[in-house]
Design a protein. Structure first.
Length: 136
């Protein structure tokens, strides 16, 4: 797992993020802070004393509070340090469209994504980071 989501059963933001991530095929470990002793304190620690959910703690030790699904996917891409193949690039762009509720992100946004992907390929091509990005 690349991250743990700390949540509660009654949190609407948690339910929305879990649903969006499931739709995108992102897997993760979920911990209900009301059921697992000591986990509410972890959430408080990473949130400056606030017990705010959803809180995601990534394998690199960083945390996000109430992130969008897009932010999670981008963070996972950074963690993996891996490049998108052409088919994965298409899949990622479709995921972005889903996150924008079908709205076309426009040529500028798509160009920026392609430029970032191409730049990454030049930097890392043939290196140890050549496997698929969105595998959990």
């Amino acid at each position: 797992m690349s991250f743990v989501m700390y949540s509660t059963t009654w949190c609407g933001y948690c339910q929305r993020l879990k649903s969006q991530l499931a739709e995108l095929g992102v897997t993760f470990e979920e911990i209900n802070i009301e059921e697992v002793p000591g986990t509410a304190e972890i959430v408080e620690k990473v949130n400056g004393g606030n017990r705010t959910v959803p809180t995601l703690v990534y394998s690199d030790g960083t945390a996000m509070t109430n992130p969008s699904a897009k932010q999670v996917v981008e963070k996972l891409a950074t963690l993996k340090g891996q490049l998108l193949s052409n088919s994965e690039q298409s899949r990622f762009m479709l995921q972005l469209l889903k996150l924008n509720r079908g709205a076309n992100p426009g040529p500028t946004a798509l160009c920026e994504i392609n430029c970032q992907i191409d730049q990454g390929r030049r930097s890392f091509s043939g290196g140890p980071f050549a496997s698929p990005i969105l595998e959990a």
